[in-house]
Ligand binder design. Structure first.
Ligand code: PLP
Length: 471
């Protein structure tokens, strides 16, 4: 088992491909989710520490019977919860090949061709975002890690100054920014939350007021975080205007585009991202809107050489001896990790195998689905929008006739019960958001399989489940 023969590898491979094909071809026949209990799942798994091996078919049986049915089916076209990518077969194969080669992308000499693939793929992402040729970056585990790396890079630019460092970000910013500030020793309390407008975008007047007040109080304004797609509503902050403010106050400008930045590929959304290419750093997640399976996030720096000082660390066991600049390249000089898997392979295979045109079209279709929901909701008398649709996220509430004259509190409580019932029903899956203190049903279209018809099914599912709640 540890070192199977060629025949065994082939046999295992065929069984895995069969399982994968059956799974992917039966997605629409499955529920997105089923109600389950931890105890029930644990009872199905053999808890004894295995002293002897089990044959491969036995392992696949557990995967097929005990793992797949008790998982949320993230590839399902009506999985609208959170910010969840569906994965794609080409990337599943890429992951298999990456683990087969088991390249470790620490430095060039450890994995010459894989490092070149990562550099090339990062350069394609740089071009997609519109950065100048000198920009660069690397793949990390996800958006949280990309935000952490970017803030670490920002902090190092003001290391020599004394005084409390301050980070500015709208109240809609993802919690990974606050978490990064805490981990970096900047402190949660030094993330200054800026008010948002009626479209949940950062308010520039409040940003200037808060920076000015901090300067007067002797603090050191460090960085402004702009959102390119907030997690709640998909709002994109005015990036070009934020760049102006960052210049005026000499702040690092970081864009958290973990969810939304790749929507720059869709023609109908491109304008929203004007100015992103002038940020000092951008976090984005190929494991969100490039449909790739976890884990692959990405951080792009406008000037990677500035970043070097934040991460470079000399140790005798990592010293690179006798190499030219290109070959002496070390990813650990640009991010927090040392050992790194060959994440770039799945990004490269997707971009090369599918092409940017087809990906742009898929993203455009996701946007169209969210807009379709918004127009259906606005045309209905039993739903209301809770926020305008900016990208592919939609926030709304169900208001069946019997609730129309009830208080917001009653309507919110009903929608909260409806959300749980919908998730248990299994045909469609939404998550939730709190907007202006009110509960909202929240969906995010991030699957190339989702159609306008799926959006119609979602509203029908909600009506059907709501009726069963009432009765
Ligand atoms: C706007 C935003 N930033 C950051 C993150 C964190 O990304 P990850 O889950 O890849 O760490 C998310 C996740 O949904 C997000 O939506």
């Amino acid at each position: 088992m540890l070192d199977p023969s060629a025949d065994e590898i082939r046999k295992w491979g065929n069984s895995v491909i069969q399982l994968m094909t059956d799974y992917l071809c039966s997605l629409r026949d499955r529920g997105v989710y089923r109600h389950m209990f931890s105890r029930r799942i644990r009872d199905r798994l053999d808890a004894a520490l295995p002293t002897k091996g089990t044959d491969f078919d036995g392992l696949l049986r557990v995967f097929r019977e005990d793992i797949i049915p008790f998982s949320r089916q993230n590839a399902h076209p009506r999985m609208f919860g959170y910010v969840q990518s569906p994965g794609t077969p080409i990337a599943a194969f890429a992951d298999l090949l990456a683990s087969t080669l088991n390249a470790n992308l620490t430095v060039w000499r450890s994995a010459p061709a894989p490092v070149e693939v990562e550099r090339l793929t990062i350069d394609w992402i740089r071009q997609i975002l519109g950065f100048n040729a000198g920009a660069g970056g690397l793949f990390v585990s996800g958006g949280s890690m990309a935000n952490l790396a970017a803030l670490a890079a920002a902090r190092q630019t003001k290391d020599c100054l004394s005084g409390r460092l301050r980070i500015y970000a709208s109240s809609e910013t993802h919690f990974s920014i606050v978490k990064a500030a805490a981990l970096l020793g900047i402190g949660r309390e030094n993330v200054c939350h800026i008010a948002v407008d009626e479209r949940f975008r950062i308010r520039m007047d409040d940003l200037v007021v808060k920076i000015t007040a901090d300067l007067e109080a002797g603090c050191v304004p460090l960085c402004v975080v702009a959102n390119a797609g907030t997690v709640n509503t998909g709002a994109v902050d005015p990036l070009a205007e934020i760049r102006e403010i960052a210049n005026r106050f000499q702040l690092w400008m970081h864009v958290d585009g973990s969810y939304g930045a790749l929507a720059i590929l869709a023609k109908s959304a491109r304008e929203l991202f004007a100015g992103i290419e002038r940020a000092d750093s951008v976090a984005l997640d190929p494991h969100k809107w490039l449909y790739l399976p976890v884990d692959v996030g990405c951080v792009i720096y406008r000037d990677p050489e500035i970043v070097h000082a934040a991460f470079a660390h000399e140790a005798e066991y990592t010293r690179i001896i006798g190499q030219e600049a290109d070959e002496a390249f070390a990813f650990w000089d640009y991010g927090p990790e040392l050992s790194r898997r060959f994440r770039a392979l799945k990004v490269w295979m997707l971009l090369k195998g599918v092409g940017v045109d087809a990906l742009s079209e898929a993203i455009e279709n996701n946007l169209a689905c969210a807009r379709h929901l918004e127009s259906m909701v606005r045309a209905s008398d039993d739903f209301e929008m809770a926020a305008p649709v900016e990208l592919s996220i939609f926030c709304f509430r169900h208001m069946p006739a019997q609730l129309r004259n009830e208080s917001p509190k009653t309507i919110d409580a009903f929608n909260e019960r409806l959300l749980v019932a919908l998730q248990r029903d299994g045909s469609s899956y939404l998550s939730n958001a709190t907007l202006g203190g009110r509960f909202a049903l929240r969906g995010c279209v991030l699957n190339y399989r989702t159609t306008l018809h799926d959006i119609e099914i979602l509203l029908d599912d909600l009506r059907r489940v709501a009726k069963s709640l009432a009765s």
